[in-house]
Design a protein around this ligand. Structure first.
Ligand SMILES: Cc1ncc(COP(=O)(O)O)c(C=O)c1O
Length: 460
């Protein structure tokens, strides 16, 4: 039986990890002299490592995933009950949790009506790309096959998802990439490409149109965008951006894919990030918050009009969506996802996100008033970033080692925060916060106070 946290001896686990586990996003040389962090338990907003140290989690499992917090027995029970009844069956057949969850999800997404299951954000996006490509093939003889993506956005780790990555450091050394994907400019007003303009949002959206016209509108079939750019530095869209993007998509008959892998299921204070703005997506992908990490499940949601195009030629044996995700048939995913949605609803977590998000932004702006190293604070709901600069006037970014030292100081003091990580050359300078949707003011105070103290120690 497990002893209370901190009293077990995990030295064997640590050695097995050191010898055999290849950690994500990690340079392993350091583990020859430093123990890898092993996380053993979580409850609510907090988790414990193998040495018994307790941490307050400001980033929901490190990567904005555990939205309803750790240790949710109702989700674990729902998954267990489903697994003993029926753990798996290929997704060509339906399931009780699958159908029930899809009904509940679609209720939150007016305009969409279909959900395709897979296991990761990358995979959900790859499905969207394949949908665009197949529609192009059937409707436009393959010509309208190009898919646009935005500078600073991220859509996943597979080679084709990386082909749509607007973060050069993530792509470096992994090419050549899949052809047919074209970058459009970012929309980070703090780093305006057009000088100081009073219609930055519209200008940034028109830059997309310029790319479409350059490529030829009859060659562009889709565009993928994050509602709020996540790993690229937490970039909410500037005022006036989305209406123009929507107008452009309508004008040139371009399918709008919204990547809700991070924003979906409540992170910004609405069920989906795009619902903060006036957008009518054709395809919506989601992953992290779908089951808060209690099961691996991702979804590609579409309108009925999209599905209709795959029903149009029933006599053609090649005309349906010839795609499968083996583990998209794991029933633990939708069972967990349904219980996760029920928690968000029962505990009014969307309202909490809005209220706590405002509180967090207020506290971060307070920090900005105190510390000139903070050049910009931005965010939506419980999804915030603080961009660090060496000089407020010139906006020269701090070296990423400074941001890393602040993150390390917080961790040493029991608070986990994030930062832009190996993403953009010279711009890995944004601290990222995405606490669980259940957080309280006192959790946020603890997180912001840790950053305050860390800045004082690191910058002093
Ligand atoms: C916006 C966005 N899309 C897609 C992905 C890829 O998700 P996964 O790692 O599950 O493939 C991520 C991962 O962080 C993401 O932030």
């Amino acid at each position: 039986m497990d002893l209370p946290v901190g009293q077990n001896d995990y030295s064997e686990v640590i050695e097995n990890d050191r010898a055999h586990v290849w950690h994500h996003l990690s340079q392993h040389k350091k583990y020859e002299t430093v123990d890898p962090m092993i996380v053993v338990e979580g409850k609510g907003m907090r988790f414990w490592d193998a040495k018994g140290r307790q941490y307050l989690d400001g980033v929901s499992g490190g990567v904005w995933t555990v939205n309803v917090g750790y240790g949710r027995e109702e989700i674990a029970d729902a998954v267990r009950d489903q697994l003993v009844k029926l753990n798996y069956f290929a997704g060509s057949a339906g399931s009780i949790p699958g159908a029930t969850f899809c009904r509940a999800l679609i209720d939150k997404m007016p305009g969409l009506s279909r959900v395709y299951f897979s296991n990761s954000g990358s995979e959900a996006n790859e499905k969207a790309y394949k949908i665009v490509r197949q529609i192009s093939y059937n409707k436009y003889g393959g010509k309208k096959h190009k898919i646009l993506f935005r500078d600073r956005d991220y859509h996943g780790t597979t080679i084709t998802a990386l082909s749509t990555c607007g973060q050069p450091e993530r792509k470096e050394q992994y090419g050549p990439f899949t052809p047919g994907f074209v970058e459009v400019p970012h929309c980070c007003e703090y780093r305006s490409q057009y000088g100081e303009v009073d219609n930055y949002g519209e200008r940034a959206a028109r830059a997309i149109e310029e790319v479409i016209l350059r490529e030829g509108p009859d060659t562009v079939g889709g565009i993928i965008l994050e509602p709020v750019t996540a790993g690229g530095g937490v970039i909410p869209p500037p005022e006036g951006y989305w209406p123009v993007v929507q107008e452009i998509c309508d004008k040139y008959d371009i399918l709008l894919i919204i990547d809700e892998v991070v924003c979906g299921l409540g992170r910004t204070g609405k069920w989906f990030g795009y619902q903060q703005y006036v957008i009518k997506p054709d395809i919506v992908t989601m992953a992290t918050g779908v089951a808060s990490g209690y099961a691996a499940i991702s979804c590609t949601g579409t309108t009925e009009a999209v599905l209709e195009q795959f029903k149009a030629y029933p006599d053609d044996p090649m005309s349906y969506f010839r795609d499968i995700s083996l583990f998209g048939g794991c029933n633990g995913g939708p069972a967990a996802a349904l219980a996760n949605m029920q928690i968000i609803e029962n505990e009014n977590l969307l309202d909490n996100v809005t209220a706590m998000g405002e509180y967090l932004m207020g506290r971060l702006n307070g920090l900005k008033d105190k510390h000139s190293i903070i050049g910009d604070v931005r965010g939506k709901g419980l999804f915030c970033g603080a961009e660090l600069v060496a000089n407020r006037e010139t906006k020269e970014p701090v070296d990423e080692s400074v941001a890393a030292a602040i993150v390390a100081d917080c961790l040493a003091n029991g608070v986990l925060i994030g930062m832009t990580n190996r993403s953009m050359h010279g711009l890995n300078n944004t601290l990222c916060l995405s606490p669980a949707l259940i957080c309280t003011k006192s959790d946020l105070d603890e997180i912001v106070d840790a950053i305050d103290a860390a800045i004082r120690r690191v910058v002093a």
